[in-house]
Design a protein around this ligand. Structure first.
Ligand SMILES: NC(=O)c1ccc[n+]([C@@H]2O[C@H](COP(=O)([O-])OP(=O)(O)OC[C@H]3O[C@@H](n4cnc5c(N)ncnc54)[C@H](O)[C@@H]3O)[C@@H](O)[C@H]2O)c1
Length: 373
């Protein structure tokens, strides 16, 4: 497979998301001519990839530095950001220099945030190495770190100069992490692109194997299509004025699960349950036909993603949903579907409806749609 796909994200400063294999050669061109120094930020798990990036940039004449940061969420702290500001300061990085972030969404969020804040903004090229980061975290310009009080509470909107999605990087992913990332691709299918759902449904076995999937045209097309969905939304609405909300499909309930589980659940797994929850909510509200709800369960289950959650957590989940930063005032807001590709906002649904939807996904409950599968 030597195909390379490009998706342009429009906006004040348009940029390309490049999807393919072995994309290193693309990097110098994305940095442009004024850049002299580059800081490559990466976790230990991606050291080999980062070393190759560093070597390549040096060969192209850039003064290149590497900074290893802690793994996953441990990287998204003020301390790690301060460490990187220190590295940039010591190496005299100017406003025309750049950061390249190589890693999962945690690394791209951190790298983007440090780029947004150094000298009030230098360019960042994102090199995402997880499915989630390729189709979600690294695209769209949201960057941030966590504080003791919560996730992503400090951040900035800072679109990248480019995003390079090298599918070869995915071959080393753990299978369940890989599949959890597919939940965001399935989400893009439900909110905007039915072809995604057909592709997933037609290639379930392939998609459960990270190595085979990463070498396939199917994943190339899925990542491209999911990026197109995100690009079209963020191109029109960088700062979440409205349209961008549809990307939160399944996320209000998903975030609540993550909160109740103290972030020990994978994001994609929580969003998977969250999508079935809002599908049930829409069905109970008379908005969504049974077969579309059944399709949610079928496609997510076939990938090995969860579609149920323990039945004794309603009060805590409800409290967590009320605290979600997407809530406006006291009104709970959900993105629900009126059909595939037809997302709408549902504000302040009746509390009995909310609880009834929970009963449909609660473990031990008998769900009419689950039985019909
Ligand atoms: N900015 C946004 O719009 C946005 C959107 C969604 C999620 N996020 C953020 O993204 C983060 C989650 O992203 P994630 O799921 O990529 O997690 P992650 O960055 O924590 O990576 C998960 C694990 O996979 C490892 N890893 C990464 N690439 C690998 C590879 N190719 N092979 C083997 N191991 C690899 C990492 O070292 C880590 O241990 C969260 O912090 C979330 O808040 C941001």
């Amino acid at each position: 497979m030597s195909d390379v796909r490009r998706v342009t994200v429009t906006g004040e400063r348009p940029y390309d998301v490049v999807i393919g294999r072995n994309l290193l050669a693309e990097l110098p061109a994305t940095l442009g001519k004024s850049v002299r120094r580059v800081l490559v930020v990466h976790p230990a798990a991606l050291a080999t990839t980062a070393d190759a990036v560093i070597e390549d940039l040096r060969a192209h004449g850039y003064e290149t530095f590497g900074a290893e940061v802690p793994d996953a969420e441990e990287a998204k702290t003020a301390q790690v950001a301060a460490f990187l500001w220190g590295v940039l300061g010591q190496a005299d990085f100017t406003r025309s220099d750049a950061i390249v972030a190589v890693g999962g969404g945690a690394t791209t969020d951190l790298g983007g945030f440090v780029a947004a804040t150094w000298l009030r903004g230098i360019q960042v090229v994102q090199v995402p190495t997880t499915v989630l980061a390729m189709v979600d975290a690294a695209v769209g310009g949201k960057t941030g770190i966590n504080t003791a009080e919560g996730k992503n509470l400090v951040g900035a909107f800072h679109p990248p100069a480019a995003v390079l999605c090298d599918l070869a990087a995915l071959e080393s992913m753990q299978p369940f992490d890989f599949v959890a990332g597919l939940a965001e691709i399935v989400k893009a299918g439900f909110i905007a692109d039915p072809r995604i759902l057909e592709l997933v449904e037609g290639h379930v076995d392939l998609l459960k194997d990270p190595v085979a999937a990463a070498r396939s045209e199917v994943l190339l097309e899925l990542v491209e299509r999911a990026v197109v969905v995100k690009a079209e939304v963020v191109g029109e609405d960088l700062k979440e004025a409205g349209l961008r909300e549809i990307l939160n499909y399944g996320h209000t309930f998903g975030h609540a699960i993550e909160h109740v589980e103290r972030y020990q659940w994978r994001h994609g797994a929580a969003v998977s349950v969250g999508m079935v929850y809002v599908a049930e909510l829409a069905r109970l509200a008379g908005r969504l036909p049974d077969d579309v709800v059944a399709r949610h369960r079928a496609v997510l289950t076939s990938l090995g993603l969860p579609t149920t959650y323990r039945g004794d957590r309603w009060e805590r989940l409800l409290a967590a949903m009320r605290r979600d930063k997407k809530t406006r005032g006291d009104l709970l807001r959900f993105v629900v579907l009126e059909g595939i590709g037809k997302p709408v906002r549902l504000e302040g649904p009746d509390p009995t409806l909310l609880a009834a939807a929970y009963a449909e996904i609660a473990e031990g409950a008998t769900s009419s749609t689950a039985i019909s599968l």
